[in-house]
Design a protein around this ligand. Sequence first.
Ligand code: ZN
Length: 161
Amino acid sequence: MQNTWINEIEQNIDNQKANIYYRDLRFYQVDRFIKMAKLIDEYSSHCAECKNNKEIVGDVAKDFGLYLGGNLSRRKQYERHYDSIDKHLKKIHGHYAPQYFLSLYSFAGMVFGILPGALFYFLSPGNWVYYLSVCVMVSVFIARQFGKKKDNIIKKAGKLL
Ligand SMILES: [Zn+2]
């Protein structure tokens, strides 16, 4: 194996996995953490924040077992790093998790469905619950189509995370 930065990260993490519960590896999305490390490695040559994040990832990987096998404050620290890297990759480099927009838009669709639906409370007090659920269903359905479309664009652009 080549002795590149990313290989070192992966090796460091691999070596310490034994100290971490399997369910924690899944819960803290360790595979995705490594994927993010690969991306920031690629971007670091022309992005100062990615370069900075590389150092953070390096530190986390070195003590990986302590971060995820350790106490709550260490785990919280990991989560904070994870979230800020995730946010940066989304905002600046346009990388999104699979179905990110599907779930985001579904939620928005629900909220937007409730607003007109609630009007039926005044318009048709007898069966406003029925109209409310129809509004929410239709709104979520439409929103999901937009979400799927957007997810597909991300996928086609090779920007899935
Ligand atoms: Zn960057």
